[in-house]
Design a protein around this ligand. Structure first.
Ligand code: KG4
Ligand code: ZN
Length: 347
């Protein structure tokens, strides 16, 4: 069984072919970074136009690399939200057209669910598990009990963790996307150089808040005695920021595991997914928390943590396996909370 997956909800134009036995036959990703760099962040109109221009040959390359024709596919999946509406429409329309022309079942995939299910593509993991989704748009804990059974345990009250990385990087004049840039700069810095706040640390629930941390970075940079032109200062601020952000995530995870155990006492695994999951300090901190709680830890390989088509194809396969295809009139959903998943078409 072969599935085509299409991802266009943010700044990656991506298509992949994944087999039912979890073999990734192709995973083609075009990053629009260069086009957005001058603006210090993703620009929706530029993203949509670029998806429109590039998606046809990205899909063709994905099929060519997999050595398959459209006719040999068993299903087509595309991200239907949440994300930037223009890009989502491009991917969704392409997938629907392919499905219609080649008489294939179509699957409208929730982007965050695709991230949350990726560890099942790369590792042998059974439901239920606790997922920590950390990306540019989300920071949330989800109890994943099935391909269509998700309960959000905690989420961010303001910025997403990836957004905090991106905005702090911007303040430090580091390139976009900020996450990898901060991680690289932090490698040469002292994480204890500056005492930055850890909002919500120790609170009983598992919600996040990152805006206070970002503001503290801004105030630190604005101090007259802060010399950003000295590279070591940038490295020290980056390292101190990363230490604070990952310590918050570790603390919130400790609480989330406690909440998850109450609902699913049989659950034993934490999976972390989304772009920020490629941060090595975060992975190390989480591993410590998981060990102390006698849980297992799973994270997709780095290249499957950021946006890609393979995770979308896999989410389609998971849906196929529970007999849930989507109607061809499924409308794009720029906002689509994980616990509002359903197979019906919605506006
Ligand atoms: O999941 P993703 O590729 O796209 C969505 O937001 O859906 O995540 C992108 C986010 C960006 O905020 C980026 O700065 C962050 O993930 N990121 C990282 C790292 N690599 C990517 N954050 C921290 N450390 C990294 N190594
Ligand atoms: Zn993502």
């Amino acid at each position: 069984m072969f599935f085509l997956g299409i991802e266009t909800s943010c700044d990656e134009t991506a298509a992949a072919v994944v087999a039912g036995d979890r073999t990734i036959l192709s995973n083609v990703i075009l990053t629009q970074l260069e086009e957005h760099k001058p603006y210090g962040g993703g620009v929706p109109e530029i993203a949509a136009r670029s998806h429109l221009q590039n998606l046809p040959h990205i899909v063709e390359s994905a099929l060519a690399e997999a050595k398959l024709d459209f006719a040999e596919l068993d299903g087509v999946a595309a991200t239907a939200g949440p994300g930037l509406i223009g890009g989502v429409m491009v991917g969704l329309m392409a997938a629907k057209s392919i499905a219609l022309v080649h008489h294939l079942p179509f699957f409208a995939v929730n982007h965050m669910e695709a991230h949350a299910l990726t560890p099942r593509l790369t590792n042998d993991i059974d439901f239920p598990y606790l997922a920590l989704l950390v990306s540019g748009g989300h920071s949330q804990f989800v109890a994943v009990a099935g391909a269509n059974d998700h309960r959000i345990l905690g989420t961010t009250m303001d910025d997403a963790i990836g957004e905090a990385f991106d905005k702090s990087a911007n303040l430090l004049d580091l390139p976009y996307p900020g996450g990898p840039a901060i991680e690289a700069a932090a490698a040469n810095g002292d994480p204890t150089a500056f005492d930055l706040p850890r909002p919500l640390k120790g609170r009983p629930n598992c919600d996040f808040s990152f805006s206070g941390l970002k503001t503290a970075v801004r105030k630190l940079i604005e101090r007259p005695d802060t010399r950003l032109e000295e590279g070591s200062t940038v490295a020290d601020i980056a390292a101190s920021f990363q230490a604070a952000a990952t310590e918050i995530a570790a603390d919130r995870t400790r609480h989330a595991i406690g909440m998850f155990k109450q609902i699913h006492p049989e659950g034993k695994t934490l999976v972390v997914a989304g772009g920020v999951a490629s941060n090595k300090t975060l992975r190390r901190e989480l591993q410590n928390v998981v060990q102390a709680a006698d849980f297992n830890f799973a994270a997709p390989p780095l290249n499957l943590c950021t946006d890609n088509g393979a995770m979308v194809a896999w989410a389609g396969i998971e849906r196929f396996n529970i007999n849930e295809s989507s109607p061809l009139d499924f409308a794009p959903r720029p906002r689509w909370p994980l616990d509002e998943l359903g197979s019906g078409s919605q506006g």
